[in-house]
Design a protein around this ligand. Structure first.
Ligand code: PGA
Length: 249
């Protein structure tokens, strides 16, 4: 594990195993602290090795999720929970089914709703009722999105229904078997919602993320790169693999 500076921020750079083990240590410290913990969780390929490591610690080392309440960042619109492409299903397949989390304490934004504003306000209310998010996990999109806060999302945005950017839909096309099947809308926590978490951990892996990570860390802060707003938060851990950091291993 190396600590390097990109722009004014110190970032952790390591191989995938070390990154995940370091981030899993943070989660473990929270879970073994004995208090109820509110985790903000992310989908996509980035967190999968982390979730695998947490499952391993649950199975082999007795790490318990019994005191966890979770809130996922986002969900596609119109994709039911029984559809394996939904983020609800993805979270159960890759984490929740394998640990002792209470299903009643799992929250993922709704994919179906009559009124988007009401549904979004309800999600925000649930986060508030849980006492706010202690620890928020993020990936980053090639376009600089966090959650589904696409370029144009400012730092004040709250949970809401959004249009998905073309680049995001293109990245999802293989999973959906073609661009025409990728939803055009989603429900996402806002950048402002995310920034209220006590601790934020952003993981970026792979050379495809290098350019946007550098832009988020060194470019202007603004809605053109929603991840850039993280620089205004006091407690963000940036965890990059060597390829995402542009450093030779
Ligand atoms: P990925 O997506 O983990 O599949 O790269 C990250 C994101 O879009 O936030």
């Amino acid at each position: 594990m190396n600590l390097v500076n990109i722009g004014e921020k110190r970032v952790f750079v390591a191989d995938c195993d070390d990154l995940c083990s370091q981030v899993a240590d943070e989660v473990e410290a929270l879970l073994r602290g004995g208090e109820e913990v509110v985790l903000g969780l992310a989908t996509g390929s980035t967190p999968l090795p982390l979730y695998a490591e947490l499952i391993r610690r649950h199975r082999e080392e007795g790490l318990s999720f019994a005191k966890v309440t979770s809130f996922n960042l986002d969900e596609y619109e119109g994709i039911g929970r029984d559809n394996y492409r939904s983020y609800w299903a993805e979270m159960w397949e890759n984490l929740f089914s394998h640990v002792d989390i209470d299903p009643e304490k799992v929250h993922v934004p709704p994919s179906h709703f009559e009124n988007a504003e009401v549904a979004a306000a309800e999600y925000e209310a649930r986060i508030r009722e849980a006492g706010g998010i202690d620890w928020q996990l993020l990936g980053i999109g090639r376009d600089g999105h966090v959650g589904f806060n696409e370029p144009g999302s400012d730092g004040e945005t709250r949970t809401r229904r959004v249009d998905l950017a073309d680049e995001t839909r293109e990245d999802a096309a293989p999973t959906f078997g073609g661009l025409e099947y990728v939803p055009t809308h989603a429900m996402t926590m806002g950048v402002g919602t995310i920034l209220e978490a006590n601790r934020i951990v952003l993981i970026a892996r792979g050379a495809g993320k290098k350019e946007i990570v550098v832009e988020a860390l060194t470019g202007d802060v603004g809605p053109h790169v929603p991840a850039s707003y993280l620089r205004g938060h006091q407690n963000v851990g940036w965890f990059l693999d060597y390829a995402a950091a542009g450093i030779d291993a």
